[in-house]
Design a protein around this ligand. Structure first.
Ligand code: SF4
Length: 269
C-alpha cells in the first residue's frame, strides 16, 4: 500500500502479516497434532483408516500452505517472483488471512493494522513481477466516498459526468486517466467494483480504498495483480475521503512503465 505514511513503517507492517501467517500455520499444525494425539486410539480398522486419512489430509494442507508462506518470505527476500510457488502463495494468502485476523483478535492487534500489513505484503509481491501492459489493460478503481459529498454529479454511472471542479480527487483521477490512457471506475461497493472488473477485464488493477475494502478486493480479484493505495480519511470513514495522488501515479506507472500515453498533458503531481 502506498500512502504518505509508507516511509515510516513498511518493514514492520510486512513483518506483522508474515509473522501472523507463520503463527497461524503453527497453530493449525499444532491442532492437527493434537487431533492425532487425542484420537489415535480407534476401536476398528475402518475407524483407524478414516482417522489416519483425515490427519494426512490436514498435514498435506499444512505443507502446501507452509510452502506458500515460504514462497512469500522468499519472494520478498529475493525481491523476485518465484513462478512455481505462485499458486501456493495465493492459497497461503487466502486461507491464512482469516486465521491471521482471528489470531490478531486474541492478541488484541487492531484488525486494520493486520489488513494494512496484508496489503503491504501483497503490493510487495506484485512489485516483484514487473509487467509491461498497455494502458487500457489497467483499471484504476476508486471508492464512491472519494467524491465530494455535496457534488450533484453522479460519477458512478459515468466518470465523465464529473465537471472537474477540483473539489475532490475525482478530477485528479480523471487527469491521470487522460494522461496515461488507463480505465477509471468509481464504485459504490464490492458489487459494482466486481461489475467494473468483469466489464473491463483488466490485466492489472490499481485500487484505492480503506484497509477493509482493499484486503477483500485484493482477494476477490486474485489472480489479477492489484496494487492497493490506501485512501486518506480526514473526516472519518466513507465520507469525503482523499488519496495521495503520487502514490496512485506510481502504481499506474509500475504497470505501464513511465510513459506518457495520454493526450500530452504535462505531468504534475
Ligand atoms: S471534481 Fe468532479 S466529482 Fe469532485 S466535486 Fe468536482 S465535479 Fe464533483
Amino acid at each position: 500500500m502506498i500512502s504518505p505514511n509508507e516511509a515510516h513503517m513498511p518493514h514492520v507492517r510486512k513483518r506483522l502479516f508474515v509473522g501472523l501467517l507463520a503463527a497461524s500455520l503453527f497453530v493449525v499444525g499444532l491442532l492437527a497434532f493434537t487431533i492425532w494425539y487425542l484420537l489415535y486410539h480407534p476401536t476398528t480398522l475402518l475407524h483407524q483408516v478414516i482417522l489416519v486419512s483425515t490427519v494426512v489430509l490436514i498435514i498435506v494442507g499444512v505443507v502446501i500452505v507452509a510452502f506458500g508462506v515460504g514462497g512469500i518470505v522468499l519472494t520478498i527476500w529475493l525481491a523476485q517472483t518465484i513462478k512455481p510457488l505462485q499458486p501456493l502463495i495465493r492459497v497461503a494468502m487466502t486461507t491464512l488471512f482469516p486465521f491471521a485476523i482471528g489470531l490478531g483478535k486474541v492478541f488484541h492487534i487492531d484488525g486494520d493494522k493486520i489488513k494494512n500489513s496484508f496489503i503491504s505484503v501483497n503490493n510487495e509481491l506484485v512489485r516483484t513481477n514487473p509487467l509491461q501492459l498497455r494502458p487500457e489493460q489497467v483499471l484504476l478503481l476508486a471508492p464512491h466516498c472519494i467524491q465530494e459529498n455535496t457534488c450533484p454529479y453522479k460519477v458512478t454511472n459515468d466518470t465523465n459526468n464529473c465537471r472537474r471542479c477540483g473539489k475532490c480527487k475525482v478530477s485528479d483521477l480523471l487527469a491521470l486517466r487522460d494522461r496515461y490512457g488507463i480505465r477509471v471506475g468509481v464504485a459504490t461497493g464490492g458489487t459494482l467494483a466486481r461489475k467494473l472488473v468483469k466489464e473491463y477485464r483488466p490485466r492489472a488493477i490499481v485500487a484505492i480504498a480503506c484497509e477493509r475494502d482493499l484486503a477483500s478486493g485484493i482477494q476477490d480479484c486474485s489472480p489479477i495483480p492489484v496494487l492497493g493505495v490506501l485512501n486518506d480519511r480526514p473526516f472519518g470513514p466513507c465520507f469525503n475521503t482523499s488519496v495521495y495522488t503520487p502514490g496512485v501515479t506510481d502504481a499506474i506507472e509500475f504497470f505501464i512503465g513511465n510513459q506518457n500515453h495520454g493526450k500530452g498533458e504535462e505531468k504534475k503531481h
